[in-house]
Design a protein around this ligand. Structure first.
Ligand code: NDP
Length: 236
């Protein structure tokens, strides 16, 4: 049994974030999720937050701190795609993805950092993607936002590593969620043929990695990229 912590998962109403929240609850943590719509899983506290708005993130943290105590484990999971080829991609399509996936992570981790420093403990877990390091046609905006999270976690490790705070990246491969259900069938088949495991991943498999990173056994792991992708990225 691992030490019980206060955990905040962004985008915990569905998909990977929801599965991470469920797993953290099962692990015995106090769990809050942010959601723009809907609710987190049973046993979690749902707070409203918009990743592009620092004030709403601040309010969400304040509510979680009041109800569950200082946040000790932050899972920055909320993210979007707006896929199209470079020549067709508008500046707005590029910057909106960066704003949610990268600057949103900055807003969340910055808000969390003071509390982590005060408690001299923190686990920062950033949900990136295999395409951040592998690349993907039609995803210049998304892959750029996800690759940047690696530099983010490593710089954070160098800034705060001596204060009991770790920062790591999980790089999921193709996981069955609403996000991937949107992809055309032909593209799904093409992806499947490249995955050594020969199947897509399940949200519970990402949750397992997050559970490990939040737990006592991961205290000496920081700045790492943990691929959970059926071998697609070959460990990057
Ligand atoms: P979903 O599309 O199923 O869920 C996305 C979540 O992010 C939702 O909770 C959504 O909230 C939230 N969100 C999106 N934009 C914002 C915003 N501006 N402010 C607040 N919340 C927001 O995605 P997945 O579960 O598939 O993906 C979760 C993470 O995992 C993402 O970062 C994604 O990039 C990454 N990932 C997913 C992979 C996959 O194969 N599925 C592969 C690799 C990485 P709402 O419901 O209100 O829209």
């Amino acid at each position: 049994m691992t030490t019980s912590r206060t955990v905040l998962v962004t985008g915990g109403n569905r998909g990977i974030g929801r599965a991470i929240a469920e797993r953290m609850i099962a692990d015995g943590h106090r769990v809050a999720v942010t959601a723009r719509s809907g609710e987190g899983p049973e046993g979690s506290l749902t707070v409203r937050a918009e990743m592009t708005d620092a004030a709403s993130i601040d309010q969400a943290f304040t509510q979680v701190e009041a109800e569950l105590g200082p946040v000790e484990v932050v899972v920055a999971n909320a993210g979007i795609t707006r896929d199209t080829l470079l020549l067709r991609m508008t500046e707005e399509e590029f910057t909106s993805v960066i704003d949610t996936n990268l600057t949103g992570t900055f807003r969340v981790v910055k808000r969390a950092a003071k509390g982590l420093l005060k408690g001299r403990f923190g686990r920062v877990i950033l949900i990136s993607s295999v395409v951040g390091l592998y690349g993907s046609p039609g995803q210049i905006n998304y892959s750029s936002s996800k690759a940047a999270l690696v530099g983010f976690a490593r710089s954070l490790t160098r800034e705060l590593g001596s204060r009991g705070i770790t920062a790591n990246v999980i790089a999921p491969g193709f996981i069955e969620t609403d996000m991937t259900a949107e992809l055309p069938e032909a593209q799904q088949k093409q992806y499947l043929s490249t995955i050594p495991a020969g199947r897509f991943g399940q949200v519970s498999e990402i949750a397992g990695a997050a559970s490990f990173l939040a737990g006592d056994d991961a205290a000496y792991i920081s700045g790492a990229v943990i691929p959970v992708d059926g071998g697609l990225g070959m460990g990057h």
